[in-house]
Design a protein around this ligand. Structure first.
Ligand code: ZN
Length: 134
C-alpha cells in the first residue's frame, strides 16, 4: 500500500489528484489489474468524474449543498454533520483499472478528492487489488 498526501485549501473543494495517483501506481511496477483508492476520513471522499470542464466540479459541490444543507437541524454537536453526510453520499473508495503500471481511465475522467470540511492535511491510500505479470 502507498499513501498519497493531499493538502486541501478550502472548506469545500474537489481536487484532481489523477497525476498523484498515477505516480503512486507507477511505484508498484508494471502491474496489471486494479487499484483501490481509499480515503481514511469521515468528512472527505473520492470519486471519478469529468476533469476537463471545472464547472462540473462546482456543479457537484453545489448540488451536494442543496441535497444536504448546513442549516438543517442535526444532532451531531461538532457542527459538521452536513460534511459527514455528503462524504457518505460520495463514498470512501473507488476502484481503478491498471494496465502495465498505468491508470486506464476514460478520456474525460479524472480522480477527484472531495473535501467537505477543510482545510486539512488528508491522505489517500493506494492499494493494489489484483496483479498479474505484464
Ligand atoms: Zn463531526
Amino acid at each position: 500500500m502507498k499513501k498519497i498526501t493531499v493538502k486541501t485549501h478550502h472548506e469545500r473543494e474537489l481536487l484532481d489528484i489523477t497525476a498523484q495517483v498515477e505516480k503512486a501506481i507507477r511505484e508498484f511496477g508494471p502491474i496489471t489489474g486494479a487499484c483501490m483508492l481509499y480515503v481514511p476520513h469521515t468528512t472527505a471522499a473520492i470519486t471519478i468524474n469529468e476533469n476537463a470542464d471545472p464547472a462540473v466540479k462546482e456543479d457537484i459541490l453545489n448540488s451536494l449543498t442543496h441535497l444536504v444543507p448546513r442549516s438543517l437541524e442535526y444532532r451531531h454537536v461538532e457542527g459538521n454533520a452536513h460534511a459527514h453526510i455528503q462524504c457518505s453520499l460520495i463514498g470512501h473508495s473507488v476502484c481503478v483499472p491498471v494496465e502495465e503500471g498505468r491508470l486506464r481511465l476514460g478520456t474525460w475522467q479524472g480522480i477527484l478528492f472531495c473535501e467537505f470540511d477543510g482545510s486539512r492535511n488528508r491522505e489517500v491510500w493506494v492499494i493494489p487489488l489484483a496483479q498479474e505479470a505484464a
